[in-house]
Design a protein. Structure first.
Lengths: 320, 500
């Protein structure tokens, strides 16, 4: 009995302490780990929203590039970081879906992270060189059906969205293509322009200039709606294959046990940032599409994508 | 807009006060980080990226480009004075530059690399202007088979990179090839020699390896050898190259400029490989190849010209097709994108101020660098007089900071230190690091390109013989390897023809 006031006091203190942490947060600069080298779309996207995000958060936002293992090194570091809201990840969704599914050495999983939200999309596009015999995806599909196993395609590498998009395409239409992996979207663009592969997939931001100049033609995009930058290109959803393509989603994550109040605070700052017309315009200018989803909606999308990816990876015997 | 019109317009743009200031800041910062070992242009440019938000797109690209070619000027300084590459592309400069410094000829070595860089830099700017559109389409013809052929030719240069035993050079090259296999298989993405570590999935980093083999090992060697600072007490005479130096360097600078520029255009080549090839080429052409490795000024002039010309060359794919051929250009691409400017075929039409302004600023920047560097040579030489006891710990600190800033990964520091110890052992037993580094750089790319080529051809090696460009490279590689062995009489004949 004598202990109960003390226990009560402890409980009260604890109850007070949790919101207090959130109220004080952020008390110092918040660090976002970008699990890629500087210069790519993930890096560009977070650097675009960095100033507004910092203003809405009321703290400096420090960006740290931690490349390695296709994004696994940086994400592994964040998964194991102290869940205090000061070490976060500015990444792409595939580092939580494709990477663990294809790389046996990657041990983290979606549950190791708390979702803050998604804010921009780099659409996947299926590309052919201008003047190629196929003006539409259907025409290419017909050609590939007649020539099984002899048509090659280029991707940005085995663990990338572009590879999964081409494999999903083959699965959806019953095609057999030979995969020539390149080291990133830029080299894929080059290989298509040079005629070294007849078709390929890449991220839109890397190829927008050559689509606009008319040197490369996009046959389809992975986005659910038509992409403002290339309104003439149909989507895979229009082709009746909404789940046969993946987009590169720019998303923010915290380590799993980060207090909910802190995650909410971050999500609110991101949501406010993404309501700023100047930020949206800047993202669109860089060849990306601004699209905000709150933590719950983002998590649903991530889990659905993960099912598709894990299923395909198993079928292709990846990550064994 | 024709060339003259474009250039005068560009000069007008680049001489606007804001742009001129951006250019100066860029080349100055570039030289500084070039001198500091380990801290390279990639880390610097990405750190400065947010600053460019508030600048005009033209000024920010001018500044970013200035950092890159400025670093090429600065990088040679550390190579020559302390045998540690200030920047990865100055690795080869260590070989003869440092020997020149030991012989009290640090001044001419620094002078020739500054002037060689200026000539090559200016050459590559003219090259960009004249050749950007046609060269882009040639670069596009470099598919996997052509790249493999080129790399094969690169491999034949390995034994020229040593002043000592050819057998040891080949052994080091093989070690370099093996080290290059660490990481994910470039085609199937299965881990190799990663021992369950995600950090090793990308393989060993080039920068930690270079910093370890050249930087850390030099520091360790000097600790072991005790302080012998004999060079530092002798007065360094003749900061400027003599007429004899110029005579020897003219050819290497000219060849290095052309070579660096052309190779720089090709995807994935960067500024490092041209320096290796330039060095090998000069040694091959030299009348007394045995002087190489013992302070031959040609071995400084050629590679230094090559790396500067390569920076210009690598801008071509970025400006004309929006493709970043190396990491530095990827950061520059990021700087473009942040301002909503898509570099590519439309750049000249949509943003003539940026296109011509940046090109003209490279003329201006190269002139600035020459003015900046010639008087500073005296200052850099003062570095020689800093006692080793102070200089080397400082260098070690800079190496650690530099390697860490590249990837924010402590593991890279461990790799650097391990290669420092390996480099020490190699130096002790007369093994040279340059063949290892070259094979490491080429090996991974060669594996990737030959396997891509074989997928393209359905598994037939004949793809190397059915594509003209690839065939030329493979044939050239075969000739370089087979000819001296198979036709010793021809070789003897060739050797006896030149005078002395």
């Amino acid at each position: 009995m004598r202990r109960s006031p003390l226990a009560l006091a402890t409980l009260v203190l604890l109850a007070l302490a949790v919101p207090a942490v959130a109220q004080q947060y952020p008390a110092r600069p918040v660090e976002f780990v970008i699990p890629f080298a500087p210069g790519g779309p993930t890096d560009t996207a977070i650097r675009i929203i960095q100033p507004q995000l910092a203003a809405n958060l009321g703290a400096a936002v420090v960006l740290v590039n931690k490349p390695g293992g296709g994004g696994a090194v940086g994400m592994d570091g964040v998964a194991k970081a102290r869940p205090d809201g000061y070490t976060l990840a500015a990444t792409v969704r595939s580092t939580l879906t494709i990477l663990p599914a294809t790389q046996p050495d990657v041990t983290y999983k979606i549950a190791d992270f708390a979702v803050i939200g998604s804010y921009a999309i780099d659409s996947g596009v299926i590309l052919v060189k201008a003047g190629a015999p196929w003006k539409t995806l259907e025409a290419f599909v017909e050609y590939a059906r007649k020539n099984p196993g002899t048509v090659t395609y280029g991707s940005a590498g085995l663990g990338t969205n572009s590879y999964f998009n081409m494999e999903l395409l083959q699965q959806a239409y019953g095609l057999t293509l030979s995969h020539v992996p390149f080291n990133g979207s830029g080299p894929v663009k080059n290989a298509i322009l040079g005629g070294h592969v007849p078709i390929g997939a890449a991220a839109l931001s890397a190829v927008l200039s050559v689509i606009r100049s008319g040197d490369i033609v996009a046959l389809a995009t992975s986005a659910s709606k038509r992409v403002p930058a290339i309104p003439g290109t149909p989507t895979m959803t229009e082709k009746g294959q909404p789940e046969a393509s993946l987009s590169t989603w720019m998303e923010l994550y915290a380590p799993a046990r980060t207090p909910k109040a802190i995650v909410d605070r971050l999500a609110a700052a991101l949501e406010k940032t993404m309501k700023d017309p100047a930020v949206i315009a800047a993202i669109d200018k860089a060849g990306l599409t601004a699209e905000y989803h709150d933590p719950a909606a983002t998590l649903r999308l991530v889990e659905r994508e993960n099912e598709i990816v894990v299923g395909l990876a198993k079928k292709l015997n990846l990550g064994q | 807009m024709d060339l003259v019109h474009g250039l005068t317009y560009g000069l007008a743009v680049s001489l606007q006060p804001g742009n001129l200031a951006a250019c100066f800041v860029g080349v100055f910062v570039g030289t500084l980080i070039g001198v500091l070992p380990g801290i390279g242009p990639v880390a610097t440019m990405s750190l400065l990226l947010p600053i460019t938000f508030t600048m005009s797109p033209t000024a920010s690209i001018i500044m970013m480009a200035g950092i890159y070619y400025g670093a090429m000027y600065g990088g040679s300084t550390t190579s020559i004075l302390v045998n540690i590459p200030g920047e990865a592309a100055s690795v080869v400069t260590c070989i003869d530059g440092y020997q020149m410094a030991r012989q009290g000829r640090a001044g001419p070595a620094l002078g020739i690399s500054a002037m060689g860089s200026f000539i090559a830099g200016t050459f590559s700017v003219v090259g960009i202007m004249l050749l950007a559109p046609p060269l882009t389409s040639i670069a596009l013809r470099f598919g996997p088979p052509e790249i493999f052929g080129l790399l094969l030719l690169g491999f034949t240069m390995v034994t020229y990179l040593t002043a000592g035993s050819k057998l040891k050079a080949v052994a080091m090259a093989l070690l370099g090839l093996l080290l290059g296999t660490v990481g994910l298989d470039p085609i199937s993405a299965r881990p190799r020699f990663t021992y369950g570590s995600v950090t090793l999935a990308d393989g060993l980093g080039l920068v930690p390896i270079i910093m370890g083999l050249f930087g850390v090992s030099e520091v360790l060697l000097n600790i072991g050898a005790g302080v012998e600072q004999e060079v530092f007490h002798t007065r360094i005479r003749g900061l400027l190259p003599s007429r004899e130096d110029w005579k020897r360097s003219a050819g290497p600078i000219a060849r290095g400029s052309v070579l660096g520029f052309l190779l720089g255009i090709l995807p994935g080549i960067g500024a490092i490989i041209p320096t290796f090839i330039s060095y090998a080429l000069e040694k091959r052409l030299a009348r007394q190849p045995e002087r190489f490795g013992h302070g031959a000024i040609e071995g400084v002039a050629g590679p230094e010209a090559a790396n500067n010309a390569a920076t210009g060359g690598s801008m071509i794919p970025l400006l004309t097709i929006g493709f970043a051929p190396n990491v530095v250009m990827a950061v520059l691409l990021g700087a473009f994108l942040i301002h909503g400017v898509q570099p590519g075929p439309l750049l000249i039409k949509e943003h003539p101020d940026i296109f011509w302004g940046v090109i003209a600023s490279m003329y201006v920047g190269n002139a600035m660098l020459l003015i900046l560097n010639l008087p500073l040579i005296g200052l850099w030489v003062q570095l020689l007089r800093v006692p080793y006891g102070i200089l080397f710990p400082l260098i070690l600190i800079f190496c650690v900071i530099g390697v860490y800033s590249e990837s924010s990964n402590v593991w890279d520091i461990v790799v650097m230190l391990a290669f420092g110890v390996l480099g020490l052992l190699m130096k002790r037993f007369g093994f040279e690091a340059a063949p290892l580094v070259l094979a490491f750089v080429l090996g991974r790319m060669a594996e990737e390109s030959i396997r891509q080529a074989l997928i393209m051809s359905g598994g037939r090696f004949s793809i190397l013989l059915t594509r003209p460009l690839a065939t030329v490279f493979v044939a050239a590689a075969l000739i370089v390897v087979v000819l001296p062995v198979a036709l010793p009489p021809v070789k003897r004949l060739l050797r006896t023809v030149p005078v002395d």
